[in-house]
Write a protein that binds this ligand. Structure first.
Ligand code: SAM
Length: 312
């Protein structure tokens, strides 16, 4: 890579530089990721492509192998990088990361907490949205996952972003002091971390939990209600439907996204403030005798069942 002056830290534009990764797409749409090195050759079944033909030139060009096959050369986008980077744990896909950035209201300069880090897919998007003035503290309890995430982040940015701190440990046991503006939990049991995060989150701050199953969804929603210090949580799922549009042939494409996860969003109330009593009644039977999870304080108690935060 070039010097710090000549290499934009992220979203690189301008001439292609040695050390950068480019994607070469062949006429069948097959993609090959290549790190540019002076004097190196990318070998194809139809002859080689000299890296020197790309270094110093513009992005978005067509290069020809010695055997005459044309390849389109483009820098990988963040989206491309995340779906193809090495991973140790399931990653948050771009469609959900995009929702987290918007509904989690991640802004440049924010103080953000994230757990767990897994392979670092969301971390990379958060760091980009936060910009150089923001800070991100990422907690991951498995050391090998943290190592993988650090390698992915450094591979994408070409260095460890200065505003990023990676903590190896359980969030509840290692959470640092200090206020945070936004918190994102992507883990099996986010409800176990709600109290710890609530203590650090500023009034008006946003908590965003990403969970895979309906069981986790229900437990997360009711834990937030039972906590009492959050607004009514909102749950969403995002699907993307591709469309085919060619002349008169306009129809839904074959690529509709399958289920990945649910997003739960709630805002922290100021310290000591309790969420106003909800006027809307819960659906009949929602918190009946068979329900054994956390109970919001405004739900009529059922004999033998704990209520409010005691139930968490
Ligand atoms: C699904 S992965 C996270 C994926 C990540 N968000 C990404 O986009 O690549 C969940 C991670 O949470 C970690 N984890 C679970 N509970 C945790 C806790 N209480 N504190 C810290 N890390 C935790 C797990 O070790 C696992 O690596």
């Amino acid at each position: 890579m070039g010097s710090a002056e000549e290499r934009p830290v992220d979203g690189a534009t301008g001439s292609l530089r040695e050390g950068e990764r480019v994607t070469l797409s062949d006429p069948k749409g097959r993609r090959h990721s290549v790190r540019l090195q002076q004097g190196a050759v990318f070998h194809t079944t139809k002859g080689g492509i000299a890296h020197d033909d790309l270094i110093g030139g513009p992005e978005g060009v067509v290069v020809r192998s010695a055997g005459g096959v044309e390849y389109l050369a483009l820098r990988p986008l963040l989206h491309d990088f995340v779906v193809s980077m090495p991973r140790e744990a399931a990653v948050i896909y771009p469609k959900d990361a995009a929702q987290i950035l918007m509904w989690g209201d991640v802004f440049p300069g924010a103080r953000v907490l994230e757990a767990g880090v897994g392979s670092g897919a969301l971390t990379i998007s958060l760091l980009r949205a936060l910009g150089p003035a923001g800070t991100l503290v990422s907690y991951e309890r498995r050391e090998e996952f943290a190592r993988r995430a650090a390698a992915n982040v450094e591979s994408f940015y070409g260095e460890r972003p200065p505003g990023w701190t990676l903590v190896v440990g359980d969030l509840v046991e290692t959470i640092s002091d200090g206020e945070i503006d936004r918190a994102i939990l992507d883990m099996l049991a986010p409800w176990e971390c709600v109290d710890a995060v609530a203590e650090r989150l500023v009034g008006g701050g946003v908590l965003c939990c990403y969970v895979a199953t309906t069981t986790q969804l229900g437990r997360t929603m009711d834990t937030l209600r039972a906590h009492g210090g959050f607004t009514e949580p909102q749950a969403t799922e995002t699907t993307i439907r591709e469309w085919h549009a060619e002349g008169l042939a306009i129809r839904p494409g074959h690529g509709t996204s399958g289920h990945t996860g649910f997003l739960v969003i709630a805002r922290r109330l100021a310290p000591g403030v309790v969420a106003p009593r909800r006027s809307r009644r819960p659906a009949p039977g929602a918190y009946g005798a068979d329900y054994a999870g956390p109970r919001p304080s405004w739900v009529e108690p059922v004999a033998g069942q704990p209520s409010g935060a005691d139930a968490t």
